[in-house]
Design a protein around this ligand. Structure first.
Ligand SMILES: [Zn+2]
Length: 97
């Protein structure tokens, strides 16, 4: 949890973006879809608790991805632009977000 918030704050500081309103993180045991690691609902980013085992870089990618979803629900052009703006180039994670 601390790591997630830390990565989020680092990102918003580095990239100079801020989002009006608070983003909160919530850990979940698992999603109905077992391949899912994270999901954005309203202004809350739900994250599977075992992502803590992933590397810092992967965790950061997940945060970038979910924050980008604030700008676009689908993974279209608008989403890609948001990812680029927030966190540079996103690697393709072998997981569904
Ligand atoms: Zn996604």
């Amino acid at each position: 949890m601390r790591i997630l918030k830390g990565e989020y704050h680092k990102l918003s500081k580095e990239k100079g973006f801020f989002i009006i309103g608070e983003i909160s993180f919530e850990l979940v045991d698992r999603f109905r879809d077992k391949t899912m690691l994270a999901a954005l609902k309203g202004s809350t980013i739900f994250v599977r608790e075992d992502i803590i085992k992933l590397s810092r870089v992967d965790i950061r990618e997940i945060v970038v991805h979910e924050v980008a979803h604030l700008f676009s629900k689908a993974h279209g052009e608008r989403f890609k632009m948001a990812v680029q703006f927030i966190g540079g180039n996103q690697r393709r994670l072998p997981i569904q977000l």
